[in-house]
Design a protein around this ligand. Structure first.
Ligand code: SF4
Length: 631
């Protein structure tokens, strides 16, 4: 019998890291929120180490450590854990976190969220919790009959372990229900690869064995796929459920396993199957041939190794096995590194086993996934804390600029670049600029990309410039500025790095002047500083005080008893205003307009009419002039 083992069988990246995190956690009261994976043995092993399962957050206590499993949880559950005073150990798979972000953002943008997946799956329940539990959940094409056909703007995401073909069918149908649609195929590539390999393998073999928990949705889906593509498919949880009679007589048997199946279970199934074979006839197709000399070592396992030798291209490790481990340069880091600078003889590193035996019999190791996970965490932390980082501006691309941060690709959107002039770009290429991280993305091909912004940095620089400028300003100082904008109560004038507010009353000596008619945007004006609030960075000014006050001209020309010639410019109930000189009006009280009895000034006078009243009094303190047409 030929036994063909799928290379993608077993733990995926997210599950592996979650389990590792759980096993590494130390403390008094540690719980996983729900079983860490759908695998009884792993859950039992954790229990033996004092890490139990908690199903109800009402039962947790302050300072408990709560491990969030790779499926992730809802926003409300994060808040609840915090409210209870417990500590969150977040082992949510980065792919799932990415879905949470999409759902939260699009929900806030007003889209109806549709999750294609199983409503009872914890991952789906968690995702739904990022849109206030308002999502429509579709698991089968038939479910579409139950939903509203006029959904407006919709955003579709998928459970990471959903069947790819079903996803295509459902999302294609959903297009008909929406005016505007955003489709995010969030099926994880691990699932995709596992499912594709299962199709390929189950078409080649007589019997296909799927190993996985009965309540694991991804294992069940694998089984469905194999059943559709192979004459006989068997779904087992472990070697104990394997009935050899069912495979007896098959010349080719395929094996795959769900994301929560440990390697030792896969090995045990192979060993049981192999008992049907004579040892010398045994054949495995997988590149990662299982070598029974490596009893406790399997592909995908994270182990510790001590550096024993370093060349320019490889690092050799003592990994406590009969063969040494070898870390090739291309598997040592996601960044461009010099091995001799990074690794030190005698130091111990975490390493992932990627091949049990190369041509020389060494165990091939990798740090790519380990490092990626660490980098993701580091970047998320930098983002959360708003720490500034330096990126190198590489090139201009569609919608923005490509940058590099420690050899990780960064995208600087044009709108966040603060670059306003083409010349500025040329000067910045190849140089390092300070930015903050807006978003961290794990791409479908597993590479990391960050989205960065210079807005906050530029804002900070500008704030500093403003602070310095205001610090040096003095009351009464006259400066040049440009009109920036008009508001109901006045004008903003840009002076150097600050905007100075000029209230309407300070625009002109002539109160009749309408600022918007008198001035234009961008017009240069002189202003005098009248108020400085250093704490709030607010400055007020006056335009009129840069000009000679008309009152001075008036009192130098006129005195009480003089007859002036002026135009009627405005009426009030109590009288009419006459412009004596530009900027100085006099009031003819209604009783001083005529000896006739009138109800209102307009009964006798017209706006624009030229009159020759006498100055009957001047109030020098209040700068008011009273006129009369009857004395
Ligand atoms: S299947 Fe994919 S999304 Fe789910 S835990 Fe594994 S890596 Fe993460």
């Amino acid at each position: 019998m030929e036994i063909l083992v799928a290379k993608t069988a077993g733990f995926c990246f997210g599950v592996k890291k979650a389990i590792e995190k759980a096993f590494n956690e130390k403390g008094e009261r540690i719980f996983t929120y729900g079983p860490i994976i759908h695998n009884k043995q792993v859950v039992e092993e954790l229990k033996d180490r004092g890490i139990d399962v908690v199903e109800n957050l009402d039962n947790i206590q302050p300072n408990d450590k709560i491990i969030v499993r790779s499926h992730g949880i809802s926003k409300g559950e994060y808040e609840k854990i915090e409210q209870m005073g417990a500590v969150i150990v977040d082992a949510t798979c980065p792919y799932v976190k990415h879905i949470h972000k999409i759902v939260e953002q699009r929900f806030n943008d007003g889209y109806k969220i549709i999750i294609v997946g199983d409503e009872n799956h914890p991952e789906v329940r968690g995702i739904n919790g990022w849109c206030n539990n308002t999502a429509i959940i579709i698991n089968e094409i038939e479910d579409l009959n139950k939903i509203d056909k006029n959904l407006g703007r919709i955003c579709i995401v998928a459970q990471t372990t959903f069947n790819q073909n079903k996803w295509y069918k459902i999302s294609a149908e959903l297009i008909k229900f929406a005016k505007e649609i955003l489709i995010y195929n969030t099926i994880c590539s691990a699932t995709d690869e596992r499912q594709n390999e299962a199709i390929e393998l189950s078409n080649k073999v007589d019997v296909m064995i799927v190993i996985g928990g009965k309540n694991s949705s991804n294992s069940r889906k694998l089984y469905e796929i194999c059943r559709d593509n192979c004459k006989k498919a068997i779904f087992i949880e472990d070697e104990n459920e394997l009935n050899l009679d069912e495979v007896a007589g098959a010349s080719k048997v395929g094996i795959t396993a769900g994301a929560s199946t440990p390697d030792y279970t896969i090995k045990a199934v192979i060993e049981k199957l192999d008992s049907l074979n004579k040892l010398e006839d045994r054949t495995y197709e997988s590149d990662d041939e299982i070598d029974y000399n490596f009893k406790n070592l399997s592909v995908g396992e994270i182990i510790e190794g001590r550096v024993i030798h370093i060349t320019n291209d490889e690092v050799f490790f003592d990994i406590g096995y009969k063969a040494d481990g070898i870390l090739p340069k291309n598997l040592a880091s996601n960044r461009i590194i010099n091995l001799k600078e990074i690794f030190k003889i005698g130091d111990v590193y975490d390493l992932e086993v990627v091949k049990l035996s190369d041509k020389e019999g060494n165990v091939v190791l990798s740090r790519l996934n380990i490092e990626k996970y660490d980098i993701l965490e580091e970047l998320e932390k930098i983002k959360e804390e708003g720490i500034l980082i330096k990126v190198k501006l590489i090139s201009e691309i569609k919608g923005g600029y490509e940058c590099l941060y420690n050899n990780i690709k960064a995208f600087l959107p044009e709108s966040h670049s603060g670059i306003t002039q083409r010349d500025e770009v040329k000067n910045l290429f190849g140089k390092e600029i300070e930015v903050n991280i807006l978003d961290v993305k794990l791409q479908k091909n597993d590479s990391i990309e960050i989205v960065v912004s210079r807005k906050n940095v530029i804002k900070k620089i500008m704030e500093e410039e403003k602070r310095k400028f205001i610090e040096e300003l003095s009351f009464g100082q006259e400066l040049k500025g440009r009109i920036k904008s008009f508001i109901e109560s006045g004008i903003f004038v840009t002076v150097g790095p600050i905007d100075v507010f000029v209230p309407n009353s300070e625009v002109s000596w002539d109160r009749k002047v309408k600022p918007q008619k008198e001035f234009k945007i961008n017009q240069e004006v002189n202003i005098v500083i009248t108020k400085i609030n250093k704490n709030e960075h607010k400055v007020s000014g006056s335009i009129k005080r840069t000009m000679k006050e008309p009152w001075d001209e008036f009192i130098s020309k006129y005195k009480e008893g003089d007859v002036i010639t002026g135009k009627v410019v405005a009426f009030a109930d109590y009288g009419a205003f006459v412009e004596i000189i530009e900027g100085v009006d006099g009031l003819i009280h209604i009783s001083q307009i005529t000896t006739r009895r009138i109800d209102k000034p307009s009964d006798y006078l017209k706006i624009g009419q030229v009159v020759k009243p006498k100055i009957i009094s001047i109030d020098y303190d209040k700068k008011k002039v009273s006129l009369s047409l009857i004395v």
